[in-house]
Ligand binder design. Sequence first.
Ligand SMILES: CC(C)(COP(=O)(O)OP(=O)(O)OC[C@H]1O[C@@H](n2cnc3c(N)ncnc32)[C@H](O)[C@@H]1OP(=O)(O)O)[C@@H](O)C(=O)NCCC(=O)NCCS
Length: 161
Amino acid sequence: MTDPTHKPRTPRSTEAVVADLMMPHQANGLRQASVFGGIIMSMVDRCAALSAMRHASGQVTTLSIDRILFKEPIRVGELVEVRSRVVRVGRTSMSVLANVYAEHIATSVRRHTNECWLTFVHLDEQGKPAPVPPLLLETDEDREMNDVANRRREQLLSDLS
Ligand SMILES: CC(C)(COP(=O)(O)OP(=O)(O)OC[C@H]1O[C@@H](n2cnc3c(N)ncnc32)[C@H](O)[C@@H]1OP(=O)(O)O)[C@@H](O)C(=O)NCCC(=O)NCCS
């Protein structure tokens, strides 16, 4: 189903959260075991897809996961929380910013561990790219993130040409 109203939506209204407690089977094989990077990437993709689906009110597909940098390890036993929102829209595409946090439950210490930019395309019932509603930028932060997303997209497109 696509949204026939095409009402503008704010980034805040597209916010999605995916959280999970990291278990031993999600660890990599290192001696100082940390969580396997693919687990975090999967959570980021699912969370960002939810934001894009909220914006489009319909089905979406991942076009790109632009960059994910693992600056510090996430340990088994930590609570991982991904938060995402749509920050830019084109005709059929949406840029989503996802932030990853890891929380050590016993100490309540929460770290921002990753930032990731993704692009989704809204698909109609035939699986063809379909228009998305406009994005209503309501805060300075919305406008700042929108500028960053526009610059990143221009850079991506010029790298391809
Ligand atoms: C996503 C997909 C449907 C787009 O198909 P397409 O033929 O490129 O469609 P279009 O040319 O109409 O482009 C759709 C949008 O994607 C954007 N786009 C396409 N290729 C792009 C690229 N290389 N970089 C940035 N944006 C791109 C277009 O600019 C357009 O955005 P806009 O409407 O906001 O301007 C197609 O590439 C696909 O099915 N990919 C596989 C997706 C998938 O399976 N993902 C899961 C991982 S396996």
